[in-house]
Design a protein around this ligand. Structure first.
Ligand SMILES: [Zn+2]
Length: 292
């Protein structure tokens, strides 16, 4: 089906992400279904939506399409339709500055607040955000274009993604283009996806059990101060490099907490009780895109 369209690895990776996430629990399924119902997008049959949603708005999408709006009952935007799932912005630097800025508040608060003529409408918007970007404006998914962009052009292109937005990105990876001939091999990797899904489910269960006393379910929901204080703070020897980066200003305070959350997730995925120094290093490497 996709043979004539070379597909970039990043798009395939993003589309597959929901398939390794666990089913939504009852509360989440109710929330997600309600949002889709308001938008008139409930699947026929009316059963609750149990799979984490996936939304991939095009870079020409308007601000209301992204965050919600419209006259009368405000329609939820892509960021709310992706609630408890994945919001994928392909070719992220191509999105308008206004659109990217409009996403900042929902990403920060997990909530969209829309001003209405009478009061305001609020929709949940707790998503895993995935941004994909080519290194420069001339790059094409096929990867056959010879790039003639200057370093300045390249820097400006990625510079369209604002610091506050990038500060919310926990994992940076470089993905090579996939050629049509390789797609068949990738398509045969279904069993691998199932194995990953099982590992994610086990990690989620471990996190939910650990944080249940705090009323949280996943590491991403943990307030930073909780992870920096006993009993959950890590030994100083394990966070030495992390603290050095904070002191040097190469990591923000928000980034510091995000690396800690990611280190817990790495340990959970590996079936261990607590993160160690290697997990923290790996989390720093994933965040910065550096190979550590
Ligand atoms: Zn280029």
């Amino acid at each position: 089906m996709m043979c004539h369209n070379p597909v970039s690895g990043k798009t395939m990776l993003a589309e597959r992400l929901p398939s390794v996430l666990p089913e939504l629990d009852d509360d989440a399924a109710m929330e997600v279904s309600a949002l889709h119902s308001i938008a008139g997008l409930m699947p026929p049959g009316g059963q609750l939506i149990r799979r984490p949603p996936f939304q991939a708005p095009h870079h020409t999408a308007t601000v209301p399409a992204l965050v919600g709006g419209g006259s009368g009952l405000a329609r939820p935007g892509a960021v709310s339709l992706a609630h408890r799932g994945v919001l994928f912005l392909d070719e992220a630097p191509e999105f308008g500055k206004g659109a990217l800025d409009a996403l900042r508040q929902p990403l920060e608060h997990g909530l969209v607040r829309l001003a209405r003529s009478r009061g305001a409408a609020e929709y949940p918007a707790r998503v895993q955000l995935v941004l994909a970007a080519n290194p420069c404006p001339c790059a094409k998914p096929s990867g056959v274009v010879t790039c003639e962009c200057s370093p300045l052009t390249r820097r400006r292109y990625l510079g369209r993604l604002s610091g506050p937005l990038l500060d919310r990105i926990d994992v940076q990876v470089t993905v090579q283009p996939i050629r049509a001939a390789e797609l068949t091999e990738v398509a045969g990797a279904g069993e691998c996806s199932a194995a990953v899904a099982a590992r994610v489910a086990a990690a989620r269960a471990a996190a939910a059990a650990r944080w249940s006393g705090l009323g949280r379910r996943i590491n991403a929901e943990l307030p930073g101060p909780v992870l920096r204080r006993a009993p959950w703070c890590l030994p100083a020897r394990d966070t030495r490099e992390l603290r050095a980066r904070l002191d040097a200003g190469s990591l923000s305070a928000r980034g510091f907490d995000r690396v800690l959350r990611l280190a817990w997730t790495i340990a959970d995925l590996d079936g261990r009780d607590r993160p160690d120094a290697d997990d923290v290093r790996e989390a720093i490497g994933l965040r910065t895109g550096e190979a550590l």
